[in-house]
Design a protein around this ligand. Structure first.
Ligand SMILES: [Fe+2]
Ligand SMILES: [Fe+2]
Ligand SMILES: [Fe+2]
Ligand SMILES: [Fe+2]
Length: 326
């Protein structure tokens, strides 16, 4: 007999998903912020510091991807145990300097270690060996993250000089309402990332549980499997979008939001999922057109180009989903 799963147990696993998503976004946005910090650095240190800044940017990127993979692996386990994986994420805090990134990282990783020790213990007592093994593996990786961040907590950041000259004319286009508009795109990309990762795991699970029809045995494909793979590819594209948009916002001195909007939705069946994804892409396309028009009006060519590239890809995503839901 399979292990009996309680609601409290499921909640605990979902708590782990929430924090994995939270830190994945946190480190990813910090990685995007590094692009700007790098540009602000004092030239005489260029040989020395460039390497540190680049290295930390890469560390943050790689750890962020690992956290996404943790979230995905835990969600996969939740679906196997018959639960529903959450689409909530803890609220990330980004900070502004390498030492701040590192200190926030230390706090987050220590929280993870505490929670995961508890999960390993409970999973062991319940005889849920698979979950225990999964968290033992993740635990080792969180420990490595903690040690990495600890190395940088006392990093001497360059003090950012306040502007001595008045704001140059060309920068006056970056007003709060413009940042707010651009941040709608950040929120939409985060929504896509969470929605598609979750659905990718759920579709893979539905594929596993499904009886194979005669045709599928011959063609070796089925809808669940195809959708699961498609979602993974699209999810990777959304990560690139989030990177490009957030880097741009930070570069022009804005701050990024860290919460998804619209709220990610998963759906019961694969067709439900595809309908939700179809709608999400549609709303993104409308929003990005609006951003392109606004960027054009303000003469913000760099931002406009970024969104022109992205909107082409969102349209491709839309048509991919459209093929399935028609
Ligand atoms: Fe993690
Ligand atoms: Fe971690
Ligand atoms: Fe996107
Ligand atoms: Fe998309």
């Amino acid at each position: 007999m399979a292990v009996k799963i309680t609601t409290e147990y499921m909640d605990m696993l979902n708590k782990a998903v929430e924090r994995e998503f939270g830190v994945a976004v946190q480190y990813f946005l910090q990685h995007a912020k590094m692009e700007k910090i790098k540009k602000r650095e004092i030239p005489e240190n260029i040989l020395l510091d460039k390497t540190v800044y680049d290295a930390v940017g890469k560390i943050l990127h790689d750890i962020s991807i690992q956290e996404m993979k943790h979230a995905a692996a835990i969600m996969e386990r939740i679906y196997y145990l018959g639960g529903e994986a959450t689409t909530k994420g803890d609220k990330p805090v980004t900070g502004d300097t390498i030492s701040e990134f590192a200190k926030l990282g230390v706090v987050a990783e220590e929280e993870a270690l505490t929670l995961y020790r508890q999960i390993i213990d409970v999973a062991g007592k319940m005889g849920d060996w698979e979950t225990r093994e999964l968290f033992e593996k993740i635990y080792g990786e969180e420990e490595a993250h903690l040690f990495k961040f600890q190395e940088y907590t006392s990093f001497q950041d360059e003090k950012e000089e306040p502007y001595k000259v008045p704001m140059p004319e060309w920068r006056k286009i970056f007003t709060q309402d413009y940042y707010d508009l651009l941040n709608k795109a950040v929120a939409a990309e985060i929504a896509g990332i969470i929605q598609y990762t979750n659905q990718h795991e759920k579709a893979a699970f539905l594929e596993l549980r499904k009886k194979t029809t005669a045709l599928e045995t011959v063609t070796d494909t089925n809808l669940q499997g195809v959708v699961s793979k498609t979602l993974k590819d699209i999810f990777m594209a959304e990560m690139k979008h989030l990177e490009a948009i957030s880097e741009r916002i930070y570069l022009v001195d804005g701050e990024c939001v860290t919460k998804p909007d619209p709220l990610p939705k998963v759906g019961k069946t694969v067709i439900d999922m595809l309908r939700l994804d179809h709608a999400l892409e549609s709303s993104s396309i409308l929003l990005y057109r609006q951003i392109i028009a606004e960027a054009l009006k303000r003469g913000d060519t760099a931002t406009r180009k970024i969104f022109e590239d992205i909107v082409v890809q969102e349209e491709e995503h839309f048509w991919t989903f459209d093929d399935f839901v028609r």
